[in-house]
Design a protein around this ligand. Structure first.
Ligand SMILES: [Zn+2]
Length: 509
């Protein structure tokens, strides 16, 4: 049956992209819906990917002086209220603990009892609870800067959820820093955005645009929110990471003060920055094809699967011995942050075996049969190429060149994604063109629209809101690249007033 199979995922992307996404998650065994509404079970294949993301980022953070710590899951309601915009921004999605035990109720079932004097909010983000600790840790300029990161789960109650992209509970890291001066805090905000940019592009092979959010899209309570934005294959934007300059807002709320060298007391300046398991959704929608996910080698859950082909008992011992010795040799090799991870799949289940690994997105599939062994060769297929394309390579050559092949796949994925983004990014100056660009041409496929638009914006929130209401299109960011032609005067795409520069408009996740 596998021979007639055209594609492993049904529907294919062009038929129904949202459904394709769900089917890819399922077929790859990255994760599944749990019985708890809006929460996901991350399965071993998905968690290994997350572990690699954590490992690389953790090293990158530490290289900038950041240290890890852990803070409570529960935040007293009064803490959250310390920053007015912050609590308002998160109020609609807070899970709140109000009781601390269960008792037998009238009908025999258990009911909550022991009402708490102050409700506890399950952290949606930790600025306020970490700020409380920072207010105790900081008293002198000598205590600064404080550079902390936490790997944790957070809860934001979501009514419409989508695995990895929008779930009520998700995993993330949140960095929180305290500085003596505004300049230092701004520099840290930019530095961490650079770390995210490097990580997204060099490890996830996802090209991103760096920029700042408009006031309406900022993190609640932040003075400035910087972000990286990526284009998915349905041409929508995915915010892949954010870094916030918080000014003195949270320092004032939590009382983070220090004595300067001149013995003057001043409020400190803080930042926060985070990326989450949402990145996995970004990997799926940047690189996936009609056969499933394609894992970028530098973060892949595993790199290579060896599939011995055993036609009968006479081959068994010889083929297995050859396969295991090849695995041992490959596992000695360094790749990126670690040694190569090599799977052996000796199940005798025909074509289904290869298809399973294709759907899991493993970068290299290697078949080893008696005839290959006779020639001291292996039969290699790359996940970034068609599943029909396989190549016989001498064993020694394969072992010597395998990390080079993985690098080629990594680069091919990035190049392909960048070319796609460039193809679907247009500079638009006419309002009618702009509206046409974002209006679906086919009512059957409302997800198909233009892509990213680089257009002028006068800076007014009214124009931003009008475009959002008319087209469900938002300003994804005010891009940084000052040297680009985006930094030119023009007329606002909505009202025609003068505008200092182009911004990126798109539909977004
Ligand atoms: Zn305008």
């Amino acid at each position: 049956m596998a021979k007639q199979q055209k594609n492993a995922i049904s529907p294919i992307r062009s038929e129904d992209y949202p459904e394709w996404y769900q089917q890819v998650v399922k077929a790859s065994e990255l994760a599944e819906q749990s019985q708890v509404r809006g929460c996901m079970v991350i399965k071993p294949w998905g968690y290994a990917l997350w572990e690699n993301i954590m490992r690389v980022l953790d090293d990158m953070f530490k290289a900038t002086g950041v240290k890890n710590a852990y803070f409570p899951l529960f935040i007293p309601l009064s803490f959250l209220e310390k920053e007015a915009e912050h609590v308002e921004g998160f109020a609609k999605e807070c899970a709140v603990v109000t009781h601390h035990r269960l008792e037998q109720g009238g009908e025999g079932g258990l009911v909550p009892a022991g009402k708490l004097s102050e409700p506890l909010v399950v952290r949606p983000t930790s600025e306020t609870i970490i700020g409380d600790s920072f207010s105790k840790w900081v008293s002198s300029y000598r205590d600064l800067p404080v550079l902390i990161n936490q790997w944790a789960n957070v809860v934001r109650w979501e009514m419409r959820t989508r695995i990895f992209l929008r779930t009520s509970e998700f995993l993330w890291q949140e960095g929180h820093t305290v500085h003596a001066t505004k300049e230092e805090a701004v520099a840290r905000t930019e530095m961490m955005l650079d770390v995210y940019t490097r990580f997204a592009q060099e490890y996830l092979a996802i090209p991103v645009i760096k920029g700042a959010k408009t006031a309406s899209e900022r993190f609640p309570g932040a003075v400035d929110t910087l972000c990286i934005e990526a284009m998915m294959q349905d041409r929508k934007a995915l915010q892949a990471g954010t870094s916030h300059f918080l000014g003195q807002n949270f320092a004032k709320g939590s009382g983070i003060k220090y004595q300067s060298a001149e013995e003057k007391e001043a409020y400190a300046w803080t930042t926060s920055w985070g990326v989450s398991t949402r990145l996995i959704g970004g990997v799926i929608m940047t690189h996936g094809d009609d056969d499933g996910i394609i894992l970028p080698p530098r973060v892949a859950s595993s790199h290579i699967v060896l599939m011995p082909i055993i036609k009968g008992p006479q081959d068994n011992e010889r083929v297995m011995a050859y396969t295991e010795s090849l695995a041992r040799e490959l596992r000695e090799k360094d790749y990126g942050h670690r040694k190569l991870i090599v799977e052996i799949d000796s199940r005798n289940i025909g074509g289904a075996r290869g298809w399973e690994w294709i759907k899991k997105g493993i970068p290299l599939r290697v078949e080893i049969g008696p005839r290959d062994i006779d020639e001291n060769a292996v039969f290699v297929a790359r996940r970034d190429k068609s599943h029909r394309e396989k190549q016989s390579i001498k064993r020694e050559e394969f072992v010597a060149g395998v990390t080079g092949i993985l690098d080629e796949i990594q680069q091919a994925l990035f190049d392909r994604a960048l070319a796609f983004r460039e193809k679907h990014t247009h500079r638009i100056d006419d309002k009618n063109d702009f509206y046409r660009y974002f209006t679906p041409r086919d009512q059957e496929k409302p997800e198909i629209h233009g892509g990213f638009a680089e257009a002028h914006w006068c800076g007014s929130e009214d124009c931003e809101t009008r475009i959002k209401e008319d087209l469900k299109v938002t300003i994804r960011c005010i891009p940084f690249e000052a040297a680009s032609p985006r930094e030119e005067a023009g007329q606002c795409i909505s009202c025609g007033a003068s505008s200092p520069r182009r911004v990126i408009f798109a539909k977004a996740y």
